[in-house]
Ligand binder design. Structure first.
Ligand code: APR
Ligand code: PHB
Length: 406
């Protein structure tokens, strides 16, 4: 197999990149190790910055998002039983965000790709990226099904055929646990990392959200977040110790703890409903520099991880693949590789702003297990400052609604 751009991974990064390249008349092949259902059902944050919304629309992938997505003009911060609304348009000169789940973004992009894009192979696991310092990098992969990806005849129990995808460029969109990053020699790599001594226990519940905007709560017992997937489905999170087993929390215990952390002085109440899913997400900040080596480019979670507090993961992935696609189009149109050569530097400027913002939001709202009374007071003072100073509120609102693409 041969293609111009070999894309490893069909998360938001890989799927959108395939779409952008298709629109520009550049061919690509997407290799995804899991099946279609997995890609379409994995729960992640779904807060789309204005820039992400604009990119999806311009790519022809915004139809259902515009019909079903919910525009949010603010969030609520909750601390010391008080409520404070951060008004995005008022503080930023008009910016807002869109609540549209990552699962839905992926479903829309998969459908478009299968209908009119290049090959998208599910159950095709990249084993290694080779020759990245040459003009013909290759992806070695194992493909479970021979063709079509839809039928399963004759493939039961089939360990798969090994194959090679020859490319002009390889883009590793294979997430934090993927193989692409491993093709960059250690002597050319630098990793910046921080782990946090807590995680998030996340639930999906069949109950209308108890508030029409997201609520970020700081409490002495730990952070809590109220989010949503639709007018009928709530998504809620609790800060828990890092190696918590989700199954160790009974449903009623989760609701009781959420109620305690969201409690306000004005009698706000939390509606309970049937919990349909429970899982624990670890919290990590991670950046791999550079994001490019030879003809291998890293995009999205393959290159960087943010803790979910700022809801930046998907938006950063979008920024990376837009930067790559524009740079490749520039090369084809002008013959200049200048933008492709600047890929890592261009992306990393934005990545580090998102890393900073996500770190700030995380330390603003979570309670570290070893937090001292002094740190607790400073945290409350930071929150009060955001609630009372336009400058501090604007800083949060600008970060949340997003940093512009270069
Ligand atoms: N071969 C093929 N596919 C692979 C391989 C491999 N060796 N390893 C991983 N993958 C696939 C995974 O199965 C997954 O579908 O790569 C995809 C990576 O997707 P994500 O983890 O979603 O990463 P990315 O697309 O960068 O997502 C960016 O969006 O998912 C949200 O907030 C989340 O921060 C994340 C952001
Ligand atoms: C979510 O809806 O899953 C979500 C929303 C906002 C966040 C994190 C997760 O900051």
């Amino acid at each position: 197999m041969r293609t111009t751009v070999g894309i490893i991974g069909a998360g938001p990064a890989g799927l959108l990149l395939a779409r952008l390249l298709h629109n520009a008349g550049i061919d690509s092949v997407v290799l995804e190790s899991r099946d279609r259902a997995y890609v379409e059902q994995r729960q992640r944050a779904g807060i789309l910055e204005q820039g992400t919304v604009d990119v999806l629309r311009a790519a022809g992938a915004g139809g259902r998002m515009d019909r079903e997505g919910l525009r949010h003009d603010g969030i609520e911060l909750r601390f010391a039983r008080e409520r404070h609304r951060v008004d995005f348009p008022a503080l930023t000169g008009g910016s807002s965000v869109m609540v549209y789940a990552q699962t839905e973004v992926c479903k829309d992009l998969v459908a478009l790709q299968l209908k009119e894009g290049g090959p998208l192979l599910f159950e095709a696991e990249a084993l290694a990226v080779e020759g990245v310092e040459t003009e013909r990098p290759r992806v070695r992969f194992r493909h479970k099904r021979n063709e079509g990806n839809e039928g399963s005849e004759g493939s039961e129990g089939n360990e798969g055929n090994e194959d090679v995808l020859e490319c002009d460029y390889v883009v590793g969109c294979d997430g934090f646990w993927g193989v692409a990053r491993q093709a960059i020699p250690a002597e050319h790599s630098r990793v910046f990392e921080r782990t946090y001594p807590f995680g998030w226990l996340g639930i999906l519940a069949d109950v209308p959200p108890s508030h029409d905007e997201l609520v970020y709560a700081r409490h002495d017992r730990g952070f809590a977040l109220l989010s949503m997937r639709s007018p009928a489905v709530s998504r809620l999170y609790l800060q828990v110790p890092e190696d918590t087993d989700a199954g160790s929390w009974a449903d009623e215990e989760i609701w009781d703890e959420l109620e305690r952390r969201f409690e306000t002085a004005d009698g706000w109440s939390l509606e309970r409903g049937a919990i349909t899913s429970k899982s624990v997400t670890p919290m990590r900040s991670y950046v791999h520099e550079p994001m490019r080596h030879g003809r291998l480019f890293l995009a999205g979670d393959a290159a960087h991880i943010v803790p979910p507090t700022g809801a930046k993961g998907l938006n950063l992935a979008v920024g990376d693949v837009v930067t790559f696609a524009r740079a490749l189009v520039h090369l084809e149109e002008t013959g200049s590789a200048e933008r492709l050569d600047a890929y890592s530097e261009t992306c990393l400027r934005r990545v580090w702003q998102a890393e900073r913002f996500s770190y700030d939001m995380t330390t603003l709202l979570h309670r570290a297990p070893d937090a001292t009374p002094f740190e607790d007071r400073v945290q409350l003072a930071r929150l009060r400052r955001i609630a009372t100073s336009r400058a501090a509120g604007t800083d949060l609102a600008e970060g949340y609604t997003g940093f512009p693409l270069d």
